[in-house]
Ligand binder design. Structure first.
Ligand code: AKG
Ligand code: FE2
Length: 341
């Protein structure tokens, strides 16, 4: 058993997996396995997505969110949760970036998470077609998002290979092969400037505590900080997970936790105000948090995949299968039903 004491999120050199010998691949796979068992999160360095590609994605994200709200709303996220594509706004008409009077603050208090987002998915995903701005509004945006999706998709498949190796599955393509359709989701997130006091005093989050839904999530964060993960699990104690330049953060989602019979943890995380001096600018005596941009990429298994405790995650002795078998599709239906009941 791994010890479930408070853990820092480890950094693992994924370059040694991508370019390494069989032995090195196994060593790295096993480090990732340990990280996912203990904290459910790992930083990967040398992950193969060039830093310039990541930087450019952040630049596009900023260009997108800098557009006027009416323009962003030309690619509106449809109401409800079934078609998860396009732009979701802040839930207020127009929030001034710098002036926070009492009325403005009251508006902010009423918003659950003060953020805006843009979601896009696989161009071949017919169940959820992408929703783009007209091309002339932000020329090149669509093309970049589609190509960055491919970069992230490639990395997810390599991590899935590492996970299969860590469990010594007969076929190291087994997990990657159940993500063949790559029905993944690329999300751009923008958390606008906000008075620090609102987050600190009122225990409001930029994104409230949650776990992710699918199998794996990649997360690129800008230098702002504020991300925290629960450690030890279920303790309600959160530790900061600051950005580390050149790395990508990877975490386990609920579906993978179930698939691995609870071996890998889908850890609760949130975004709050970063530690005081790292990220503030003072305006008229009020500490205003800088905006945060982040780019999560959510992976999940093909809908018909049967999710049942993987080999090596259970045994006939003290560690039985904990969950009924279910298809990935059935799992999503079950979760949606719980959400909307
Ligand atoms: O902004 C972040 O760093 C966290 C985003 C996140 O957890 C999510 O979108 O699920
Ligand atoms: Fe998340």
């Amino acid at each position: 058993m791994v010890q479930l004491t408070q853990q820092k999120v480890p950094v693992v050199d994924f370059g040694q997996f991508l370019n390494g010998s069989r032995e090195e691949k196994q060593k790295i796979a096993s480090k990732i396995d340990v990280a996912f068992r203990k904290v459910g999160f790992v930083y990967l360095s040398n992950h193969g997505v060039p830093q310039e590609r990541v930087d450019e994605c952040f630049e596009w994200s900023k260009k997108f969110f800098d557009l006027p709200t009416e323009t962003k709303n030309l690619a509106p996220h449809p109401p409800g949760g079934a078609h998860h594509r396009g732009y979701s706004g802040l839930g207020v008409e127009k929030v001034s970036q710098n002036i926070f009077d009492e009325a403005e603050l009251n508006k902010l208090r009423s918003i659950p998470d003060y953020k805006e987002s843009f979601e896009s998915g696989n161009v071949n995903d017919e169940s959820q077609p992408n929703i783009w701005l007209p091309e002339d509004v932000l020329h090149g945006f669509r093309r970049y998002m589609e190509s960055f999706f491919k970069d992230c998709e490639g990395l997810v498949h390599e991590i899935l290979k590492a996970l299969a190796i860590s469990l010594e599955l007969d076929d190291e393509e087994q997990l990657s092969g159940t993500h063949k359709q790559s029905l993944f989701q690329l999300r751009l997130l923008h958390y606008p400037p906000v008075p620090a006091s609102l987050l600190r005093r009122e225990e409001k989050s930029r994104i409230s505590a949650h776990s992710d839904f699918g199998t794996l999530t990649l997360l690129f964060q800008d230098p702002t900080g504020g991300l925290e993960v629960e450690s030890p699990p279920t303790s309600q104690n959160f530790i900061p997970v600051p950005p580390i330049p050149g790395t990508v953060l990877v975490n386990i989602g609920d579906l993978m936790e179930r698939w691995s019979n609870g071996r890998w943890r889908s850890t609760v995380h949130r975004v709050v105000a970063p530690p005081a001096d790292a990220s503030k600018s003072v305006e008229e005596g009020e500490e205003i948090l800088k905006p945060r941009y982040s780019i999560p990429f959510f992976a999940t298994a093909d809908p018909e995949t049967v999710i049942e405790a993987l080999k090596g995650t259970w045994d006939g002795e003290g560690n039985p299968k904990k969950f009924e078998k279910i298809t990935a599709w059935g799992y999503v239906q079950m979760r949606m039903a719980a959400l909307y009941s």
